[in-house]
Design a protein around this ligand. Structure first.
Ligand SMILES: Cc1cc2nc3c(=O)[nH]c(=O)nc-3n(C[C@H](O)[C@H](O)[C@H](O)COP(=O)(O)OP(=O)(O)OC[C@H]3O[C@@H](n4cnc5c(N)ncnc54)[C@H](O)[C@@H]3O)c2cc1C
Length: 500
């Protein structure tokens, strides 16, 4: 931290300083001005304007709508059994969730956008992740704001743009300015064009800088993953965790039983450091995945997109082994190549980068991103694998298809289509992350807590950084949590008495 005494000049003076321009930051700004229309509100964002929006912008835009606070609370309690959420937090969160929909609708209306039931990119009205834990009772439906992609982000950005909010892009938060004894926060040190700048925050600072999906070192230290790749913004590098640690906060949810957002099959593109998501709605099934030992390693065609890529093993929901099975390749035939675009186009950061993928994968085959060979033996050589072992795995799978029974992982018989029609193809699959929830421990007023559970004066946190979720989570709850905690933080800071 920097002390007040070290500040020789304030480069900006505001009432409410919000760090990070994703959904939590946007919600905080909207609510701060609702609470006090005269407040001076500033957002600082690390990325340039065309790359702002964080994981919010890259996300599936699904919002969970609940009408039953008790059922929602019971459901979340069971999903968080391995690391319980304090009951008073669950209470407040569930109540606020059931009251949130009209506020979201108002944001869509203000932006001239359409709020709809459903995901916007599938036929489903509701994604019910864990029915045996109470999803049916807790989730009324899934909702979103059009267009797909990025409709929720576009509507919230439009709401912020209409208000007197000063946004400084390419301005990362570096550290907080604090009293070394009481830890009271007076402002922040930021960086602009390589220069340190001081921003005075008369009422408080809100940390809404997202997770650490794009920081491999943190992934290795906190989660034990050797190599994982973000599906979201490259800007989320865990800056909030470092700043909050230095500010005296207690950390939580750095790691749980698994990633609450799961580990998904990603496809790398050499031009960006985030990854595509392998198509979650494959229309043909003449394909399989093999691990480092050339064996299949899970039920590839289970509807894992409905459980954040968690499968039930020994009665517990755990991440699919995409991290421990590396290197992984997907092998498929001509029928699958022709009938499916290999990647999901409705979301991921690649939409922000304007990176496309051809519908029949022919462009990527031509580029060598997808390997092609006339025989499986030749394909195995191109993958750097043992041809006999690859051939044996495919033959075993084809024999299971003929029998109509997957003897290894119980693929649904309707998805047992043999890999027979050459040419044959392979693509490398890497473990891809949706989110991390680690950050500072906080309460539902978004106050950051110290190791003794006391709020650090004038320091607030919202969104995925320090999220209340760990282990299992229900689709649509991260975005709505960003709204709820962003609103609480914005309102509370705006209504605080200035320190000077
Ligand atoms: C592919 C994908 C799909 C998803 N789908 C869904 C879904 O359908 N429903 C759902 O509920 N959740 C979904 N999620 C999760 C959800 O998107 C996030 O949890 C949520 O958007 C977090 O919002 P946030 O405002 O906390 O952070 P973000 O939206 O990530 O915003 C953080 C911002 O802070 C900025 N920043 C970082 N460091 C600094 C710094 N030092 N100084 C200033 N700014 C900084 C970043 O550039 C970024 O703009 C998905 C995530 C991904 C990646």
């Amino acid at each position: 931290m920097s002390s007040l005494a070290s500040v020789t000049q304030w480069h900006h003076e505001v009432d409410v300083l919000i760090c990070g321009f994703g959904l939590a930051g946007a919600s905080a700004a909207i609510e701060a001005l609702e609470a006090d229309p005269a407040a001076r509100v500033m957002i600082i964002e690390k990325m340039p304007e065309h790359q702002a929006g964080g994981n919010t912008r890259a996300s599936g835009q699904s919002l969970m709508i609940s009408k039953n606070a008790q059922a929602l609370k019971d459901y979340q309690r069971l999903m968080s059994e391995s690391n319980p959420i304090p009951e008073d937090m669950l209470d407040t969160w569930a109540t606020r969730m059931t009251q949130l929909e009209p506020w979201i609708q108002a944001r869509a209306d203000e932006a001239g956008a359409r709020f709809i039931k459903g995901t916007g990119f599938s036929e489903r009205e509701a994604v019910l992740e864990y029915p045996e834990l109470g999803a049916q009772e807790a989730v009324a439906y899934t909702a979103t704001i059009l267009p797909i992609p990025a409709g929720v982000w576009l509507a919230f950005k439009a709401n912020v743009d209409k208000r007197p909010v000063e946004v400084l892009y390419q301005t990362p938060l570096v550290e907080l300015i604090q009293d070394p004894d009481s830890l009271e926060v007076f402002g922040a040190v930021v960086e602009q064009q390589g220069q340190r700048r001081h921003i005075k925050a008369r009422r408080g600072v809100i940390i809404a800088v997202g997770g650490y999906e794009a920081d491999l070192e943190m992934q290795r230290n906190y989660c034990g993953y050797q190599d994982v790749y973000p599906m979201g913004t490259p800007g989320n590098t865990g800056d909030g965790v470092r700043v909050l640690q230095k500010a005296g906060a207690e950390l939580w949810h750095m790691r749980n039983k698994g990633q609450s957002g799961g580990i998904w099959p990603g496809i790398q593109h050499p031009s960006v450091n985030t990854v595509f998501l392998r198509n979650i709605f494959m229309q043909t099934f003449s394909w399989l995945e093999i691990a480092a030992d050339n064996q299949r390693f899970y039920n590839e065609t289970a509807e894992l997109q409905l459980t954040h890529y968690k499968e039930k093993i020994h009665g517990h929901w755990v991440d699919t082994p995409h991290v421990s099975a590396q290197p992984v390749h997907m092998i498929f035939d001509e029928a699958t190549r022709e009938a499916n675009c290999l990647v999901t186009k409705a979301f991921t950061w690649n939409i922000v980068e304007g990176l496309d993928w051809s519908d029949d994968n022919s462009a990527e085959v031509a580029q060598g991103l997808v390997l092609k060979a006339e025989t499986l033996t030749e394909l195995a050589r191109k993958m750097g694998r043992d041809p006999a072992a690859v051939q044996a795995t495919v033959s075993q799978y084809n024999a299971d298809c003929a029998k109509g029974q997957d003897t290894r992982f119980g693929r649904h018989p309707a998805t047992l289509q043999p890999i027979t029609s050459g040419p044959f193809y392979a693509v490398r699959l890497v473990p891809a992350l949706v989110c991390t929830s680690g950050g500072a421990k906080r309460n539902m007023e978004a106050e950051v807590l110290d190791p003794k559970g006391r709020p650090i004066p004038r320091l607030y946190e919202a969104g995925e950084c320090g999220s209340m979720f760990s282990n299992l989570y229900q689709n649509g709850c991260y975005l709505t949590e960003a709204m709820i905690t962003g609103r609480a933080a914005g309102r509370n800071v705006a209504l605080s008495k200035p320190w000077a």
